[in-house]
Design a protein. Structure first.
Length: 118
């Protein structure tokens, strides 16, 4: 990623995380974690990746982000001084789900083989 975009991505992640945790009163955001943000080089889009505590809450969170998209973009615009505020696009972070599955498999293997050290 472009070095000048990294701090902006982190700022956007922090702003959205704070907004859904403390400002939004939507139960759809309970257990939601913003895992990463990638801003396009032209600042037109910000792809926001998130996970939920339970996989069943995924659709609820997705609907919540659709409802709050404008408010969250406004929060970003107010707190970051940029010429253009990117459009927010929300995506469920499948990488984290894959990491969880791998971790679960490794834990299962460790339990099945007590002689193997991690």
């Amino acid at each position: 990623m472009n070095a000048r975009l990294e701090p902006i991505c982190e700022q956007v992640r922090e702003i959205i995380s704070r907004a859904i945790a403390f400002e939004m009163r939507d139960p759809a955001f309970e257990g939601v974690t913003i895992t990463r943000v990638r801003v396009s080089p032209d600042y037109q889009f910000a792809d926001v990746r998130y996970t939920t505590y339970d996989d069943e809450d995924r659709e609820l969170a997705e609907a919540g982000f659709q409802r709050a998209r404008g408010a969250l973009r406004s929060a970003v615009a107010k707190q970051i001084n940029m010429r253009k505020t990117p459009q927010l696009r929300f995506h469920y972070d499948e990488d984290v789900v894959a990491e969880r599955r791998i971790s679960d498999i490794l834990e299962g293997l460790k339990e099945d083989s007590p002689n193997v050290e991690a």
